[in-house]
Design a binder for this molecule. Structure first.
Ligand code: NI
Length: 133
């Protein structure tokens, strides 16, 4: 764990009100925790924009009975095999499957993989979660 450093921050009153609203909304224990969150969020967004190596996760919900979709999804995941760390499949109910695919690669490649999967016919919901490392 890094050493904690203290520093003073000067903010316009409206910005401070906005910060406190954010603290309340996200249930941060303190302003410091909210500022940590904002700084890290910014670092992650920059890493994705600059096509750095990043980690992420794709969540998919789809109809288990659409066999063609399952095959297509597997083909795409094979094609991007170097980027896929693991995939977990959960049978939600008789019709619905949930798949969580953990990824690590250059940001643009992960976006390309996510777009290919999420746009498949039969996907009910799909989302790429961007994360940093
Ligand atoms: Ni299933």
């Amino acid at each position: 764990m890094s050493r904690i450093k203290r520093f003073g921050v000067s903010l316009e009153e409206e910005l401070l009100i906005s910060l406190d609203k954010l603290v309340k909304k996200h249930k941060f224990p303190s302003r410091s925790q909210a500022i940590r969150y904002l700084v890290r969020k910014n670092i992650v967004e920059d890493a994705w924009r600059d096509n750095k190596t990043v980690a992420g996760c794709i969540v998919l919900i789809y109809d288990h009975h659409k066999r063609e979709l399952v095959n297509k999804s597997l083909d795409i995941q094979h094609k991007f095999g170097n980027s896929v760390l693991s995939a977990q499949h959960v049978h939600l109910d008789h019709h619905n499957c949930l798949e969580m695919i953990a990824l690590k690669s250059k940001a643009r490649r992960l976006q390309e993989l996510a777009d290919s999967l999420i746009s498949l016919k039969g996907i009910k919901h799909g989302k790429l979660v961007m994360s940093g490392m």
